[in-house]
Design a protein around this ligand. Structure first.
Ligand code: SF4
Length: 418
């Protein structure tokens, strides 16, 4: 059986790290462990679509919403070239916007939620196309999907990093990103611009899970045995686990067996001096936190992020006092943003002066509460990532002109650090 696995990725760009996708690398690892040799391709656009073959029996396409237009071009091309190819789409877009994703031209089914179990069942039952009971499956000729599976993270294989050319990622980003791992999945918060709110609804919050500390240590050791000891290691979890028992056990093992400088994502409100002391002793060199906006009304009422500017300032100061660098994520152009609120955010960033500041243009992605607000308001928007490369504002709203929005987007870093 000839299997294609196509991962739709934003094109490599100096300002956007595209790296590896852990979920996709795990799925490919599972397919290989079942004895198949999938033809894995990273698709950025038309050039890669034109270069792929046409004789697949089964094709998997993984995409997030920002690249859903490229995924549709691929699936419709594949189907036209070879009508017998059975095409299954999965990934973030299929999970957060299943009723949009199922309409994608050319596809036969989508998988909603985590695909590790579904992909094994599809392969086992492919001969008879007996897919109706597979968890998470949404068949094109139905108007409902099965509840998604809920997998134990200690039962899945390590990601197949070769498909993303791990060596070249390390060569290019070894000192900034380093070797990437995930301790678990999910986030207990429900910010309105983030897919975690949708996932919390879909899985009834049960999707928040951790690998055991032993599993994660063996995954890191396996990495080192293949690629050598990296100079930096990073935990890509949306929020690095703050379960104190888990952390205590993991950090003790990490110091003893791994002992490599690391970075992690965290959040204002969960950081305290005791935790920072522990992070510092274990080798943490950088913590990433979302600031997003300095306007407390927008933050609380629109983004549903329950924190004050005072807490943000204290947290950044506390982290710096422990000798750990900070990175702040921010968005310009959130619903009801004005020039004044952008200037407030710039002023706050001038006070906290993160080691690195990342500013994005807010994009309303399907499946989020803010997407529904933008729709309800009747604002014009486009969530496809091609806008990022063309310098176009994804959302047009009356409270700020796109011209002023793009002005601040281009000049804010100079205003903060200049
Ligand atoms: S804290 Fe971060 S990861 Fe969690 S819901 Fe909010 S934006 Fe998403």
């Amino acid at each position: 059986m000839k299997i294609g696995f196509f991962y739709i990725s934003p094109p490599p760009d100096s300002t956007l790290y595209t790296g590896m996708n852990q979920g996709v690398a795990i799925l490919v690892s599972i397919i290989k462990k079942m004895g198949f040799s999938p033809d894995f391709r990273i698709i950025y656009g038309d050039a890669e679509i034109d270069s792929i073959g046409k004789d697949y029996d089964l094709a998997f396409i993984s995409t997030f919403s920002g690249m859903a237009d490229v995924a549709e071009k691929l699936s419709s091309d594949l189907k036209k070239r070879s009508p017998k190819t059975y095409i299954v789409m999965g990934g973030v877009h299929a999970t957060v916007a299943p009723f949009d994703a199922i309409k994608t031209e050319g596809i036969d089914a989508i998988v909603v939620g985590e695909g590790e179990f579904a992909i094994q069942e599809i392969l086992k039952k492919f001969k008879n196309r007996d897919f109706s009971h597979i968890p998470g499956i949404f068949l094109k000729d139905r108007n409902y999907f099965n509840p998604p599976a809920f997998i134990n993270l200690n039962d899945i294989p390590f990601p197949d990093r070769e498909i993303f050319n791990q060596k070249s990622i390390l060569h290019k980003y070894g000192s900034i990103v380093g070797a990437e791992f995930m301790a678990g999945r999910g986030c207990p918060y429900s910010c309105t611009y983030c897919i975690n709110a949708t996932l919390n609804d879909l899985y009834k919050r049960k999707h928040i899970r951790l690998k055991s500390p032993d599993y994660l240590i063996s995954e890191i050791r396996d990495f080192i045995s293949r690629y050598g000891k990296p100079q930096l290691l990073g935990f890509h979890d949306d929020i690095f686990p703050f379960d104190t028992d888990w952390l205590d056990e993991f950090l003790t093992l990490y110091k003893k067996h791994i002992n490599i400088p690391f970075w992690a994502n965290t959040r204002v409100g969960i950081i305290n001096k005791k935790l920072l002391k522990r992070y510092k002793e274990t080798g943490c060199i950088r913590l990433h936190l979302g600031v997003e906006t300095a306007n407390e009304k927008l933050r609380k009422e629109i983004l549903k992020r329950d924190m004050t500017n005072e807490q943000i300032i204290d947290t950044f100061r506390m982290i710096k006092d422990h000798g750990i660098k900070t990175l702040a994520f921010n968005m310009f152009g959130i619903p009801y943003e004005t020039e004044e609120t952008i200037l407030e955010t710039i002023s706050l960033l001038k006070i906290i002066k993160p080691f690195r500041t990342i500013i994005s243009l807010f994009t309303p992605f399907p499946g989020t509460e803010l997407y529904n607000i933008c729709k309800r308001e009747g604002w014009e928007f486009d969530y496809h990532i091609r806008n990022f490369y063309s310098g176009i504002a994804p959302l047009t709203q009356p409270s700020i002109s796109n011209e002023r929005l793009l002005y601040y987007f281009k000049n804010a870093i100079g205003m903060i650090y200049g």
